[in-house]
Design a protein around this ligand. Sequence first.
Ligand code: ZN
Length: 374
Amino acid sequence: MGLQLSSNRREFLRHAGLTLGSTLLRTPFARAANINPKKKLVVVTFGGGARDQETFAPEGQENIPHMMRKLLPGATFFTQVVNRGILGHYVATASLATGVYETINNFASLPPENPTVFEYYRKDLKRPSSDAWVVAPSNGFNRIGESNHRSYGLGFGARVVLPKYLLKAAMSGSGADYQHLLRDNYENPYYTPELGNREFELQQLEMVLKLSATDFRAHAKTLSSPDELSLYIVRQLIRQVSPSFLWITMHDIDVAHAGAYSLYIEGIRRTDRLCGELWTLLESEPEYSGKTTLVVLPDFGRDADEDAGGNGFQHHRTGDAAARTTWLMAMGPGIREGVVHDRAVESVDLVPTLGTMLGFSPSFAHGKPISELV
Ligand SMILES: [Zn+2]
């Protein structure tokens, strides 16, 4: 299975006119740009579980026109990113954020056990708490910003915004108009977000994002999904706070658990559009334009159609090669444009790569910096 998948990967992007990369030599100038303190970093986890065949593989490319046309030509692309950890969305995202395959309960509200990239970033680079933010779906992700590691932890993490919590706090009376924006945890569809601390959420909304509850409610009515709500919050955050490090976790695609292929594809198409809108936003904001590194990658894939132990796109339960293998796209100052790499890297390589790019030391991370990006 692994070998078969690996040979198929050579077919990736064959029509996109991109070159297959080899060893790259970086110029001293590119290295200097890499440690520019004004540099911004945006990481997007592209949905909860997306397979190659519905995204960058030749037969999937029609689902991601914005990434194909707008992002890919300016990016370095990796066709094999292997996740050797637990294939649950919260624990996998925590692993991406720590550079260690975390083993925490995917369905519990627990912090990662190893220091997060936000803690390394803030502690090593002496950045204030306003400089690192996470925008995430709410099933467990409220603890993603900060580990319970004794050398880091308390006070060094990222601030976490949970758009669904904000919406719940801003709602008055019945939320009938907003149920589609509050859908949460597609593996357990009857779960809706608990409201943590309404005063805290309203304060975040009004003082940080500069949105009144009334305006937020009115705008939310025009949105079609939780990830659209997240992008709306990202837009406010970028304009009002301009954090140097922003991590966005998309989740709409995981509606696939409901079993309708059309909804899964619709989720991919929407996430693709939102990634395109995000890049346009970053390019149009003077604080970000020309100085932002953007990394986009799914947390993992989904089960293969031919795997007898699973149900194809619907779940990610078999642990087969399709579910463990995904892709990564990176673009920004110092990163080569229009290059595809076929060699395997791992999910846990992300944090060491970001560390080398930005000049912090993820000392507890297990992965290695991806040499083609740093
Ligand atoms: Zn899932």
